[in-house]
Write a protein that binds this ligand. Structure first.
Ligand code: NAP
Length: 314
């Protein structure tokens, strides 16, 4: 049986792996379909401490992985399809591998930004299409930006982006916003924010290198229009990657793992959660890394107590 398995390789999982490996616990780290997590979708990261000249998201993640490997973390590519957390050893079914059994488990599977699924969107991620205003807003100083969505995330992103942009246009598919009143009021009272309500995005237009506009259809008039913009922030929500847990770990209404406040402990002793899979508030690389460190330290203590208990039993 393994001592510890880490599922997910964003900043949370990789930080946990670095700490666990340095503690000689030989973690096995399972990388899913998006190795490196959401940061691999961004270009320049300028707010991760320690890099005064910035670093690209993919490079930051490569460095973290290398650091974990250097101390002995083992990596395996695979998709966790099922877990059984009912016994003392947790069982994991991973596509392409034989069943894994582990004493402790760190869940750092993150959350994925929902995308519009329209032509031009995927190809232009990092070329004007973004899902993170805090990460990328700075690159649109003095430019016209579009934010898509009508919820609290869209209002928050739009307000934040007015610090940089000359104009932020909120594009929403309905006439009514889903956002809370206070967030709506804040956006409505911001003179830099303009509105395209009842507009459904249908295509991201680019010159082959950078985004140039967002084509929308007005669902009342049926008229098509291209909104000229160099930046499109998709803020239509996130979905935490918790489906494979099949209800065995407590989650909130939105599907995020619930941890005991101030810890990374879940409702099952020996299972810890860190990063965006348990955080829909901050969603930053540095906060994810911080909780990854917490999970590793708590896991270490858990394994020590299990070992002490086993010794008493002998
Ligand atoms: P959300 O409340 O689910 O809103 C998503 C928005 O995106 C909705 O307006 C939805 O339109 C739109 N949308 C969804 N799919 C779309 C598509 N395919 N095409 C176009 N538009 C689409 O998500 P959220 O804004 O991320 O908020 C999630 C939760 O976090 C909420 O509980 C929210 O209150 C909370 N949150 C709070 C704060 C804060 O208080 N500071 C900040 C961020 C988030 P429809 O309205 O037509 O469905």
């Amino acid at each position: 049986m393994r001592q510890v398995v880490v599922v997910g390789t964003g900043p949370a999982g990789l930080t946990a792996a670095i700490y666990l490996a340095r503690a000689n616990l030989s973690p096995l780290v399972i990388e899913g379909n998006e190795p490196g997590g959401q940061l691999t979708l961004t270009t320049e990261v300028e707010n991760f401490p320690g890099f005064p000249d910035g670093i690209t998201g993919p490079e930051l993640m490569r460095n973290m992985r290398k650091q974990a490997e250097k101390f002995g973390a083992e990596f395996s590519r695979g998709w966790v399809t099922q877990v059984d957390l009912s016994g003392n050893g947790f069982k994991l079914q991973v596509e392409g591998m034989t069943e894994l059994e582990t004493r402790s488990l760190i869940l750092s599977t993150g959350a994925s930004a929902k995308m519009l699924g329209i032509p031009g969107e995927n190809e232009n991620i990092g070329r004007g299409v973004s899902t993170c205003a805090t990460c990328d807003g700075f690159f649109f100083r003095g430019k016209k930006i579009v934010v898509v969505g009508g919820g609290d995330s869209a209002m928050e992103e739009a307000n934040f982006l007015t610090r940089f942009a000359s104009e932020v246009r909120i594009v929403h598919r309905r006439n009514e916003l889903r956002a809370s009143k206070i967030m709506q009021d804040r956006a409505r009272n911001n003179p830099k924010i303009t509105w395209s309500l009842n507009c459904i995005p249908v295509e991201v237009e680019s010159d082959g290198n950078r985004v140039k506009g967002l084509k929308v259809i007005n669902n009342e008039t049926g008229l098509e229009e291209t909104i000229a913009t160099e930046g499109i922030f998709v803020a239509i929500g996130y979905h935490p990657n918790t489906h494979f847990l099949n209800g065995q770990i407590d989650t909130d209404d939105l599907g995020y793992i619930v941890v005991k406040p101030g810890t990374t402990e879940t409702n099952i002793p020996g299972v810890f959660a860190c990063g965006d899979v348990q955080d829909h508030k901050f969603r930053q690389a540095i906060t994810a890394a911080g909780t990854g460190c917490m999970a590793a330290l708590e896991c270490e203590r858990f394994l020590e107590s299990v070992a002490a208990h086993d010794e008493l039993e002998v």
